[in-house]
Design a protein. Structure first.
Length: 161
């Protein structure tokens, strides 16, 4: 894909606050929105040390009548709010394809930190747009593990108890 950097937030704020180890993360296939997160991105280029992260993916299909400007504004506010919280690692903001399909995701240091972010006022405001904005949406919860600096990333669904 050309101009990978158009797809994610990794500007000065993230570089300064988080030294984001995932800033090179970008889609490698045009149809990434319909593929597993583990297959659709350049994880092998991340160079992250060994660790474990929590990934929350938001897959959606936009309504033709969606107010995209309002959605982007709310998304930006929710991102800024999340980025200021402890445990925030990375946000990938997907762009809708020709069918309106979109995939965005956040990486967090822990599930508790990820859950806490969902209660923030900007995040709650963004969630209020769901019915008017999306024909459908699905959340995916994955644990992302890298057992050694030279090893690959492994993805496993979160098992809720």
């Amino acid at each position: 894909m050309e101009n990978k950097r158009d797809f994610c937030y990794d500007g000065g704020m993230l570089d300064t606050l988080f030294r984001n180890r995932f800033k090179v993360l970008a889609p490698i296939l045009a149809d990434y929105a319909s593929l597993p997160v583990s297959k659709a991105f350049n994880w092998s280029e991340c160079g992250a040390d060994a660790g474990e992260w929590c990934l929350i993916a938001f897959r959606s299909v936009l309504r033709e009548t969606a107010d995209v400007a309002r959605l982007w504004e709310q998304d930006e506010r929710a991102f800024e709010e999340a980025a200021a919280l402890p445990g925030f690692v990375h946000y990938f903001r997907g762009l809708p394809n020709e069918l309106g399909e979109c995939l965005s995701f956040c990486l967090w240091e822990s599930w508790d930190q990820a859950r806490a972010s969902a209660g923030g006022p900007a995040h709650v405001s963004a969630m209020e747009l769901i019915d008017d904005t999306f024909e459908s949406f699905q959340l995916e919860f994955l644990t992302v593990t890298k057992s050694s600096p030279t090893g690959g990333f492994e993805f496993s669904p979160l098992i809720r108890k």
